[in-house]
Design a protein around this ligand. Structure first.
Ligand code: ADP
Ligand code: MG
Length: 592
């Protein structure tokens, strides 16, 4: 056995042996709470830490799970296990409704909306006659599992921790998968993910519902642990505390949820004892201390305690390096490619107005299969805007784009990606804390199909191998296979731009669109890029190359379209363009 597996294994053995040891009941109870809280904060790791969607309202979902089983078991004598299922169904229904209402909101509106519905759900619990109003519901039965009563805290401990660990493993599996890469793009790289064919809204809903389900399960355990429910543990205050746990532990890491839940629970209980004694009067002073700590942590340790813990314990934990086990995986499906010379892209008088500014003024040009066409012009000429009109990132004011014989104007960028256009970005867009290989594998999204459930259950490994084989092949194609295990954020700009090309190639495109791939590159890096593009052309790839740097496109392109002030100036061979006095004037007019 590897030495690095000893520590996690020992921890696991200890976790499950604890109730058998003479540990005081107090600490078993603390650990029970920790497991239940960790379930909720695990949902927040996914939703807020990874997905960037802040929710103060998770306590309301805990309440949904708790109240459902409480009501069904006390009023109707229904089995708690059936209550769990019903609670989850209700939670999913409510979460879907709330997602539909609020997840399209941006910025600070979403957190505000979560506060609003957390308050109203809690208010509902407190004011419904049949839910016992503020007194809640009493006499909830204890759980039993296959005839074994889990009435004792030490017995319930096992159920809580098995569920919590399974949930953690499920979330961890999910984050390392096809849907997981899409989820990891939600926080800041949605335009890129959409260009790779991902419906980012769909994944926002997925993580929102998953986080709600985890909270609901926690509530179910809570109800049968306390044997009574009332509205106060599901109030907004607890919702904030759950978020606090996730932040303290390490908002982006699965195991941070457990660290945070444990630390916050223990510290809060100590403060509850110590502070009133110290201050000589009673009150919820611990809230103030926790609030101050939260602000300090957000400022000085925004990644929580987890990075510090892994710096200390990391060398005894299993290494994260992905093993290269995909050599014999089957190839991913490939699309029909256009024949050389076929009309591939027909841009017909496209126009874009931003208010009064005409950024693109009825521009037309065509690309035939196998060509490299350059789109050049001084800064502000409208190149990127044209590019975004073609790829569906911006909507057309007028005109049409025909791709492979079909109109694509007005389609969202993920639909255009599905039809075989793939692009890079003027400002590199990637998931910085994912490896180069994983970033490139995101390009294979549309050529694969594993969903969230398959990923959580680890049933997606065959397809993952196929994806990584393809990603490695594309990295080889551009000469970057040696960097595949590095974190994308650690690369220099040149390799990052090449990585974007590999990711675009991983979509198996019929047309590759590059937005200023040479911008910011050093001379050597530019040469390497030019070599890659020449090689792609030799392989029959069709490319639209948007570039500011005239010299760079001269030796590479078959044809060049020159833009100035949103209008097409001329179109012709590189020689024509180079000798054109108008082009010189356009460049001289804006350059020094
Ligand atoms: P290029 O890529 O050739 O440097 P752009 O297409 O980025 O030029 O910009 C063309 C013109 O449109 C510029 O004047 C720019 O300021 C303007 N523009 C671009 N995007 C927007 C936007 N989202 N809103 C308003 N004006 C914009
Ligand atoms: Mg631009």
């Amino acid at each position: 056995m590897q030495a690095r597996k000893i520590l996690p294994l020992a921890g696991l053995v200890l976790l499950f042996a604890l109730p058998l040891l003479p540990v005081p009941e107090f600490w078993i109870t603390q650990l029970n709470y920790t497991g239940m809280f960790a379930l909720v904060s695990l949902g927040l790791v996914l939703l807020t830490g990874v997905g960037g969607l802040t929710s103060f309202g998770q306590a309301a979902f805990v309440g949904l799970g708790a109240y459902t089983t409480a009501l069904l078991s006390t009023r109707y004598g229904i089995s708690p296990w059936f209550g769990l299922v019903v609670g989850l169904l209700i939670t999913v229904a409510v979460a879907l409704l709330l997602a539909w209402l609020t997840l399209r909101m941006s910025g600070h509106y979403l957190p505000l909306a979560t506060i609003a519905w957390a308050l109203s759900l809690n208010y509902t619990m407190a004011n419904m006659e049949f839910l016992g109003k503020y007194d809640g519901l009493l006499g909830i039965p204890a759980l039993s599992f296959m005839g074994i009563s889990l009435q004792d805290g030490r017995a319930l401990y096992y159920l809580i921790w098995v569920i919590a660990l399974l949930a953690a493993i499920g979330v961890r599996n999910l984050l390392d998968s096809r849907p997981g890469r899409a989820i990891r793009a939600l926080n800041g790289a949605t335009t890129m993910a959409e260009a790779m064919g991902v419906s980012t809204f769909r994944y926002k809903v997925v993580i929102f519902v998953l986080a709600a389900m985890l909270a609901s399960v926690s509530g179910w355990l809570f109800a049968h642990f306390q044997r009574t429910v009332n509205p106060s543990p599901f109030a907004l205050k607890m919702g904030i505390e759950y978020l606090f746990m996730a932040v303290v532990g390490g908002i982006g890491t699965v195991w941070g949820a457990f660290v945070g839940a444990g630390v916050v629970k223990v510290i809060e209980d100590q403060l509850k004892e110590v502070l009133p004694a110290l201050l000589g009067s009673s009150g919820n002073f611990e809230i103030i201390v926790l609030g101050v700590v939260l602000v300090l942590m957000l400022k000085y340790a925004p990644k929580g305690m987890f990075p510090y813990l892994s710096a200390v314990f990391g060398r005894w934990l299993p290494a994260a390096q992905r093993s290269r086990d995909w050599q014999d995986a089957a190839a991913l499906p490939a699309r029909d490619k256009p024949q050389g010379g076929d009309l591939l892209l027909d841009v017909q008088a496209v126009r874009k107005q931003f208010g009064g500014l005409v950024a693109v003024n009825d521009v037309s040009f065509q690309i035939r299969a196998g060509e490299i066409v350059g789109l050049i012009g001084p800064n502000g000429a409208g190149k990127s805007t044209t590019f975004n009109l073609i790829t569906g990132v911006l909507s057309l004011t007028r005109g049409q784009v025909i791709f492979r014989g079909q109109p694509v104007g007005g389609l969202p960028s993920r639909e255009i990606a599905r039809r075989g256009m793939s692009r890079t970005f003027q400002h590199v867009k990637m998931i910085a804390d994912m490896t180069v290989l994983e970033n490139v594998a995101l390009g294979g999204y549309l050529r694969s199909g594993s969903g969230t459930a398959r990923a959580m259950l680890r049933l997606d490994r065959d397809e993952e191998r196929r994806l990584f084989k393809e990603a490695e092949a594309q990295l080889k194609r551009i000469g970057m296979a040696d960097k595949m295990h590095e974190l994308a954020g650690n690369l220099a700009l040149g390799p990052q731009r090449l990585m974007e090309i590999a990711r675009a190639l991983c979509t198996d495109p019929a047309l590759l669109l590059l937005d200023e791939p040479a911008a910011g590159l050093r001379h050597k890096e530019k040469q390497a890029l030019a070599d890659v593009l020449r090689q792609l052309k030799a392989e029959g790839m069709s490319i639209l190359l948007v570039e500011h740097d005239m010299e760079f496109v001269m030796g590479l392109t078959d044809r060049i379209v020159v833009m100035e002030f949103g209008t097409k100036l001329i179109e012709g061979s590189p020689e024509d363009v180079q000798s054109s006095p108008e082009v010189r004037a356009a460049y001289l007019g804006t350059e020094h």
